[in-house]
Design a protein around this ligand. Structure first.
Ligand code: SAJ
Length: 434
């Protein structure tokens, strides 16, 4: 039997030993879906704390109920380890490690390189390896493949290598790992076929594409599309502000167009671990190809200006109330980068907090999902929103969590700068909007 026949049989019979490297918001849900499909899954993570929680059946990912994980661990379908030597017993591996940006906005490939170095030490014939981490086009061919190929292990003959972008949207009740269409592209056609066969065992829809580069580029287009359109919405806000037009009303009316339009909204800036990061993987690579990704650079600039724009709005609003920003008590509503989540990575609220502090404001914040933040070496703890609204000189709505009591905030606050249109339709001279 050829390696294709052998591995295909193992996958189709769900006897293949599945491995997932990186047990975060992508890797753990993926491991759970393959375990649910009947595979025996081994999760590998460098953090012993995550490994221990998984082996205890305790979920730390909001989209994975602990009882689901506990049942799969109890049945022996999922186990976790920090020991990469298990790769020797695995048939498939999904690499789901972080791909952050360095401070210089260059890709940080260290996590992918480290994972591939570990895999290579225990790599053997008959394996399928899939990179899922968001990265620049060419990573799988130019970085991963050379780290795995050896004289006695050639892609297509001895092993199979694909890229498949992660599309996990934490907290999305409608779309979860199992029902989000899964794009997959291989180094060769046989690799693509093997990757498609693999994902088809556990996920509802598989979308094979012709190469790893196409698959890598699909993800970057998806998230660059969002980043640029958010940048356009923010630029519209800056224009409307200068012309005295309510940008929220403009967008709401434009969204009545039943075709050819998709609403995006202005905000205090661009947060999260995907949208502000992923497009710069693309622009970094295109620069090497001699092409300036000008849309990305411009959108990045505009989105980056929003925290400064908000702070100027706060300063001007206080000024209109004959108060200086310096020495005023400003209360921030919401630290998470978007509503109803607890993630503060790249959150614009943190930038706004820092800028206000630089201008001498006295600062407090509320966020039901974020009990504590760390700023300039000190811990700041969340305060009660209504109590602070009563005493603050200005309340800034930076994250429109649904569980804030906006009516009480409106009743208690002297002045509100609303960056999210959380007080949509409310007419009051104490509200200043983007
Ligand atoms: N934002 C705006 N205006 C908008 C939309 C978003 O200012 O109109 C801000 C958000 O407040 C946030 C940032 O942009 O700070 C990113 O928001 P997001 O809605 O794009 O949410 P993310 O970062 O969680 O993006 C994820 C992405 N998922 C993956 O990369 C797998 C993205 O592809 C999804 O489309 C997005 O979730 C989603 O739709 O929720």
């Amino acid at each position: 039997m050829t390696q294709v026949e052998k591995l295909s049989a193992k996958i189709s019979s769900r006897q293949a030993q599945v491995g997932v490297i990186g047990l975060g918001y992508v890797g753990l849900p993926l491991a759970v879906e393959f375990a649910k499909a009947g595979f025996t899954v081994t999760g590998i993570d460098v953090l012993q704390s995550k490994v221990d929680l998984v082996n205890k059946g305790e979920s730390y990912i909001q989209d994975i109920p602990t009882e689901t994980l506990a049942a799969l661990v109890k049945s022996g379908k999922i186990k976790a380890t920090t020991d990469f030597s298990v790769v020797a017993q695995l048939d498939t591996i999904d690499i789901c490690v972080p791909t952050p940006l360095r401070k210089t906005k260059d890709p940080d490939m260290s996590y992918i390189v480290s994972a591939c170095q570990e895999i290579a030490q225990h790599f053997h014939e008959g394996m399928l390896v899939v990179l899922e981490s968001t990265t620049y086009p060419g990573t799988t061919d130019e970085l991963v493949l050379p780290m795995l190929e050896r004289d006695d292990l050639k892609v297509d003959e001895d092993f199979f290598l694909c890229f498949s972008p992660e599309r996990v949207d934490p907290g999305n009740a409608k779309y979860q790992t199992v029902n989000i269409p899964k794009v997959v592209g291989g180094i060769t056609a046989a690799c693509t076929t093997m990757g498609a066969l693999f994902y088809a065992q556990a996920l509802e829809t598989v979308v094979p594409v012709s190469s790893t580069k196409v698959a890598e580029m699909v993800k970057l287009l998806e998230n660059t599309f969002r980043m640029i359109n958010i940048g356009l919405a923010n630029e519209m806000a800056l224009m409307c502000d200068r012309m005295g037009i309510n940008v929220w009303e403009v967008i709401e009316a434009a969204a009545t167009k039943p075709f050819g339009f998709m609403p995006f909204y202005p905000g205090p800036g661009l947060g999260g671990h995907c949208i502000p990061i992923d497009p710069f993987y693309l622009s970094w690579k295109t620069k090497q190809a001699g092409i300036e990704a000008r849309f990305i650079e411009l959108a990045g600039y505009i989105n980056g200006q929003m925290p400064h724009f908000v702070v100027d709005k706060v300063q001007n609003a206080l000024n209109d109330h004959t108060k200086a920003l310096k020495g005023s008590h400003v209360h921030i509503l919401g630290m998470a980068y978007k509503k109803v989540i607890d993630d503060v990575r790249e959150s614009p609220a943190l930038d706004i907090l820092h800028l206000l502090k630089q201008r001498g404001a006295k600062l407090t914040y509320s966020d039901p999902f974020v009990p504590r933040i760390h700023l300039d070496g000190a811990d700041i703890f969340a305060q009660d929103a209504n109590a602070m609204a009563k005493v603050a000189d200005c309340v800034v709505i930076t994250t429109d969590h649904t569980n804030f009591n906006y009516a009480e905030v409106l009743a208690n606050a002297k002045l509100i700068v609303d960056t999210r249109n959380a007080l949509k339709g409310v007419v009051s001279d104490k509200i200043v909007r983007l």
